[in-house]
Write a protein that binds this ligand. Sequence first.
Ligand code: PLP
Length: 400
Amino acid sequence: MISRRMIGWGSQDCAIREISAYGEKRAAEIGADKVFNFTIGNPSVEPPDCVHESLERMLKELPPEKLHSYTPAPGLESVRQSMADYLQRSFGVGYRAKDVYMTSGASSALAILAYALLSPGDEMLTFTPCFSEYRLYTEAAGGRLVEVPTDEDSFQLDVGALEKALTPRSAAVLVNSPNNPSGVIFRREKLEQLAELLERKSAEYGHTIYIIADEPYRELVYGDMEVPFIPAIYRNTVYCYSFSKTLSLPGERIGFIALHPELDDYASVYAAVCGAGRALGYINASSIFQLMVAECIGETVDISRYEYNRDFIYGALTELGFSCVRPDGAFYLFVKAPGGDSRDFCRRAMEHNILLIPGDEFGRGGYARLAYCVTPERLHSSIPAFRALAEEYGLVSKTE
Ligand code: PLP
């Protein structure tokens, strides 16, 4: 009696991992320098010094029972206090240790929140393009993901489109800024409109519609762009954070959930988060990494490499006639598929050994995602292949 649902999800490989695995196979065949694998958001910049210093010191100085023991299910009190203090210092919202639940990265935080906030048949709304796993977390919890397209030219929130999609079954809205895959940061004015709409609709439906703010890229921002802190705009926000990108630690699996202290039905939401954590087995995030992030919170990788890459690849591709919105954050470029068919575009790019992810995976056909979190040398050496692709589409004239 094996679960058909789980067999389905397990056999249908995540396209990002599948194309990335193809890239590795191809690299073994023709040489790694000839394959331009822009599929996966794996940071290429070293973690800040604080990470290794803190780990080395802890390994030398702390007794095993501090390093390796079970912690309380939501995390160590002192660590949760550090997360709360940091949020309070940075954004002026009065978080307390008891508002924080430590998780294995944002993935488990999102899965917990889908289980905690949705009853079977409830709707989770999100804006597309969006992170491909949102659908899975929502459906696993028995909910229904409702995709609302962002504005066509800017990928900014279309609050009017969200209003049309809301129904009395709407339970939460998932917002990811800086955004994967568009790199766009949602503007304050749009978030204020969103807050006003959700307050109005919550009153109309007689239940709170929560925001889940998924922010693993909060620190990866170029120039002086503001990333508005959504819980300070809309009190009924559950904040979801990960150290995967900020500290370049995707393999260590550490992050947290923070409930706004003035959340409606606070006690029930907190109990539901703890219940979902237990039900899913997402308790007691890695104790060593909890201790490390308590020391390193506020530190960030050197983002100048990503900023250089953003400028370089955006400049090079637009010069070749490709069209894309200039990203303000994260490390992705969402390129418009010439001809409009993103799968065909990615297939043709693959013939030039350029590996991209079709926008359909992010709920937005007609585009392809390029992850530029690679070395600058990789980006430089990919340009002749992009030129050949642009020539094939007639975007530039053929070189002799
Ligand atoms: N949310 C978004 C928007 C992401 O892009 C990712 C990972 O790429 C995650 C969540 C999951 O991140 P984590 O490594 O913390 O599980």
